[in-house]
Design a protein around this ligand. Sequence first.
Ligand SMILES: C[S@@+](CC[C@H](N)C(=O)[O-])C[C@H]1O[C@@H](n2cnc3c(N)ncnc32)[C@H](O)[C@@H]1O
Length: 467
Amino acid sequence: MAKSWKKYLLWFAQEHIEFRNAEIESLLSLFKIEMRYAQKPQSKEPFWIVEFSSEGDAQLLTSRSVSLRNCMELWGHEKSVDLLHNSLRKKCEIFAPYFSPNKSFKIEVETYCKHFTQQEKVNKLETFNYLPIEGQVRLNNPDTCLQYIEYYGIIPNDPPELPHDVFFGKCVAYGLRQLMKKLSLKTRKFIGNTSMDPQLSLLMANQAKVKNGDIILDPFVGSGSLLVAAAEFGGYVFGSDIDYLMLHGKTKPSRIRQQKRASDESVRANMQQYNLEHKYLDVLINDFAMVFWRDSFEFDAIITDPPYGIRESTEKVGTEKPNYTVSEEHLATHIPAKIEYGIPSIYKDLIIFASKHLKVGGRLVCWFPVLRDDYTVNCLPKHPCLKLLANSEQPLSKVTSRRLLTYEKTKHPSVDELSLEGVTIQDFREKYFLLREETRKEKRHKEAAIRKENWDKYIKNKQNCAE
Ligand SMILES: C[S@@+](CC[C@H](N)C(=O)[O-])C[C@H]1O[C@@H](n2cnc3c(N)ncnc32)[C@H](O)[C@@H]1O
């Protein structure tokens, strides 16, 4: 039987716009959903007009998305309010099944980027009184939720007199925006200085296509934010980190007003806080440069944020001293020395590890820091067994950004592909520190010039007064 396609409006939150595509593409692939574009999406606009062959597909996609606010089956879309009413009047009978006396309903009115009072919104709502609705109004959980949206563009300070677009339809699903509040770092039991915010963590888990029962690893786990997100989507989560104090909740507290960490702060405590303990495998202290996994062990996904060497050091266990040995009597209490573990080595180890320990089809989702001016796609880590599927930028400052990379394992590596001899990965830190020093010098010079100018003014004033 031929599929019958219907139009839907996907309405996004205007946050992390760069990540939309990668998230939606990943979810379409996860649920094997076919989606067609009815209109080419404009990169900055908060909506896409698309087609699905079933309402179930639209619901499945939306209810797992972090970028989406909601999705409506599009009954009308015009460039003016009058045109919308004219077109809806002509097809009232199509909506009849939703308007019967035994169906409760509500109509939501939204005006995007232009403020209207509640009374003005009620007036807009009343213009739909020609719809043959017979059911009762119910604001909470109605059988049918209708939505009317007036879209005034994306420049809040200067909205046009009339909307650019108007939409009307039946809401079919809401996205996961409420999860951001539930998982907020503000109320999380255990956080660190580099804890990943919940929205980005959830986006990463979606891009990794985490599903119920998957086994997920974060080898630079820190406070475990990425584990929380992956567990929220049903993954069994495991983490490792070189920092003993971090994993034992003994580092300096990250909250300004907190003097001392509570005795029970830990990754496990976070899992308990969100009722996800049953998805928690464990965390353990491990230097990522020293892999301890059995060769044959495979993960469904690796989701991670390695250190960039800016807010935390990049180190691995080792020593510069030649022929260094520890005597038998000191072995038990010996704390190993650490040496520099530069970005090129970290990322090379990471892609080799992923090529070996991911299932074929499994995903590596990780951040990679770059200098914005120097960035080209060629500077990203590459591996013959990993296909780069998505690469979205999050600016961190004028000069730096980090890119969220999504790779999928396409085949098992050969022996050569497990060493990647001769492959080098760019280290952004050398130039970063140089640039930072230059910016600081420039700032110091400017401040000195201002101080001198103020002093000269003060002396001149004094002289004037004396005369
Ligand atoms: C950017 S942080 C990760 C933060 C984490 N995503 C969170 O939400 O808290 C990077 C982590 O890598 C860890 N790390 C640094 N060098 C490492 C190494 N050689 N092996 C394993 N972990 C390491 C650091 O201790 C730090 O916790």
